[in-house]
Design a protein around this ligand. Sequence first.
Ligand SMILES: [Fe+2]
Length: 302
Amino acid sequence: MTSSVNGLLSVDFGVTDLKAAAAFYTDVWHLTPVADGKDALYFRGTGPKHHILGLHKRDKGELLRVNLSAQDEADVDALHAAVVKSGVSTVEQPAAITEPGGGYGFAFRDPEGRNMRIIAGGLRHADRADKPDHPRKISHCVLNSVDRDVAVDFYRNTLGFKLSDRTGIMSFIRADRDHHCIALVKSTVTTLHHVAFEMPSLDDVMRGGGRMRDNGYPIEWGVGRHGPGNNVFSYFLGPDGMVIEYTAEVDQVDDSYPTGDPEKWAWPKGRNDRWGVNDGPSKRMAEAEKRITFPADIFHPA
Ligand SMILES: [Fe+2]
């Protein structure tokens, strides 16, 4: 296989109160509104990507779509052929993207019915300097998977992801230098586990955590430092109970990275991270990870 996905662009969330969710992601989470559509709003981070989050008015909280990037239109076409060949049930034809940001791409549902899209090109911002306490981009998206091995095989063999690490329940896969931009979790349901937004530094993760607490959003897990990826983390429940994370300092890896197995990443009793200063995920967070589903067909904005 020669063509690969080369990164994670953005996620589209369905939210029940578009105005309230927009206010949250702007004023509290520190993203910046950049475009709108019918019953939809798009937000950028400080990085170059046109937007990293799309919010769409829906009757319930949903993960509507995960948007991935490819190098160029030829790679989009080759990835489209690979997805068709893999036999997944729903694949659209590559075409010009008419939503804000543009580009050329196609949507499909992965082997467990998740809505995904691969896009090449599109708008990028020239102003891309870090701003203290403001997310740069989506760092990773973690997805619960009923058949983790089938899902991981698809992402590796069809989309060209590489396996960075595997624990007893999680597989961390990468598409660029970030240790992972997707992780699949062995579960009884196919849902959104969480989405992580990358902050410039640990200090910004801490400041973001303080601001979330000030606004009535307690830390549900953290602050801590993960094993695989070595990133620092702090988890919260955002609008419609979606689990969102501030993270920083994720390992930058290349093909020399030795893929770890579950034995390497087993924690001593009582530990859930490298630092050992938090109590582990809250019950609320454990429940929330299993609630947010994907739509039952290819997502199209209103
Ligand atoms: Fe995470």
